[in-house]
Write a protein that binds this ligand. Structure first.
Ligand code: APR
Ligand code: PHB
Length: 388
């Protein structure tokens, strides 16, 4: 088989890139190792920067998001069980859209099918060949047969555990990492959200977050030690601990119920440079991981896709230099989101070796955020997303 761009990974990055390139007349094939049902069963975050919203609309997958998504103009932060609001629409003229990543992925699959996009799932043993040459190709197994795809370029959209990043030699690649000494225990519950906007809570017992998917489906997280397992946390224990950490008035009116999903996610900051080597480009989680605190994961994947779509469209329009800019452009935005996610995580979480002095420093930082327009403007512009 031959295509122009062979995309490894059928997650949001791979599907969005395939959709945008197809609409620009560029042929792609997506190779996904799992089944479509498995990909769609993964529960992920759900806050979209406005740049991501506009990119999804430009890709022709904005209709359901605009119909069912929840635009938010602000968010609440809290310390010592008392909350205050940051109005990022007033600060920036922009808002965010609360719409689950699972829904975004489902909309992208539907759009690819509608355009006759080629997505080969359950593709095993995907291997990249000759990516440093002008004639790369990919091999994989399916139904007991070995297949080969010749292409001009390969887009590694295969996430943190994929095969694309390790294809770049250690002598070329530089990895930067910070692993945080705690995780997030998250539940999904078919209950009304705690508030009409998200609540990020700092507390001496640890961080907590109140989020939602829609008016009947809520998502909550509490910070837990890394060695905890979900078995240690009954629903009752979860609700009790959550209510201890969030604003008092919210805790009093909180609707509780059985969890329909419960999982623990580690927190890590990771960046791999460069994001291009020869005819291979890295996109999304294949190149970088952010802690979920700033909800930047999907949004960084979308900005990578925006830059790569632009570079490849210009390349095929005759501008041979365009692809040389991709890695630097994408990494510049990645590092700024990396810094914001690290800062937000550091202010809002309880670190194991944290002293009472450190706790006061966090509370003073939140006090400053509550009272300073300048501080609120800075947080707001980063939360809604810096321009592409
Ligand atoms: N061959 C083919 N497909 C692969 C391989 C492989 N060797 N390895 C991984 N994949 C597939 C995975 O099964 C997954 O469906 O690549 C896809 C990668 O998708 P994601 O991990 O969702 O990464 P990405 O598309 O970049 O999306 C980033 O996902 O984890 C969240 O917070 C993150 O929101 C961000 C978003
Ligand atoms: C979520 O809704 O899952 C969510 C929202 C905001 C975050 C992280 C996760 O910062």
């Amino acid at each position: 088989m031959r295509t122009q761009v062979c995309i490894i990974g059928g997650g949001p990055s791979g599907l969005l890139l395939s959709q945008l390139l197809h609409r620009s007349g560029i042929d792609t094939v997506v190779l996904e190792q799992r089944s479509r049902d498995y990909v769609l069963s993964r529960i992920r975050a759900g806050v979209l920067e406005w740049g991501t919203v506009e990119t999804l609309r430009a890709a022709g997958v904005g209709a359901r998001m605009d119909a069912e998504g929840l635009p938010h103009d602000g968010t609440y932060l809290s310390a010592r069980n008392r909350g205050f609001r940051i109005d990022y629409f007033a600060q920036t003229g922009k808002r965010v859209m609360v719409y689950g990543q699972t829904e975004v992925t489902a909309d992208l699959y539907a759009a690819r099918d509608a355009m006759g996009g080629v997505i080969i799932d359950e593709a095993q043993g995907v291997t990249l060949h000759d990516v440093e040459t002008g004639a790369p190709y990919v091999t994989y197994h399916k139904d007991g047969t070995e297949h080969r795809i010749d292409c001009d370029f390969i887009a590694g959209c295969d996430g943190f555990h994929g095969v694309s990043r390790p294809t770049i030699p250690d002598t070329i690649r530089r990895d930067f990492e910070r692993v945080y000494p705690f995780g997030w225990l998250g539940i999904l519950s078919e209950t009304a959200p705690a508030s009409h906007e998200l609540i990020y809570a700092n507390h001496e017992r640890g961080f907590a977050l109140c989020s939602m998917r829609n008016p009947e489906l809520s998502r909550y997280y509490i910070q837990v030690p890394l060695d905890h397992t979900t078995d240690q946390w009954s629903d009752a224990a979860f609700w009790d601990e959550l209510r201890r950490r969030i604003p008092e008035d919210t805790a009093e009116t909180l609707e509780m119920g059985p969890s329909v999903e419960k999982s623990i996610a580690p927190l890590r900051s990771f960046v791999s440079e460069p994001m291009r080597w020869g005819h291979l480009f890295l996109v999304g989680d294949a190149a970088h991981i952010v802690p979920p605190t700033g909800a930047k994961g999907l949004n960084l994947a979308a900005s990578d896709v925006h830059y790569l779509h632009e570079a490849l469209t210009q390349h095929y329009a005759g501008d041979a230099g365009a692809i040389n800019l991709y890695s630097d452009r994408a990494l510049a935005r990645v590092w700024s989101a990396m810094r914001f996610s690290w800062w937000f995580t550091t202010v809002m979480h309880r670190f194991p070796d944290q002293s009472e002095y450190d706790q006061r420093m966090q509370e003073s930082e939140l006090q400053y955020l509550e009272t300073s327009q300048a501080a609120q403007a800075s947080l707001a512009e980063q939360y809604v997303g810096l321009p592409f």
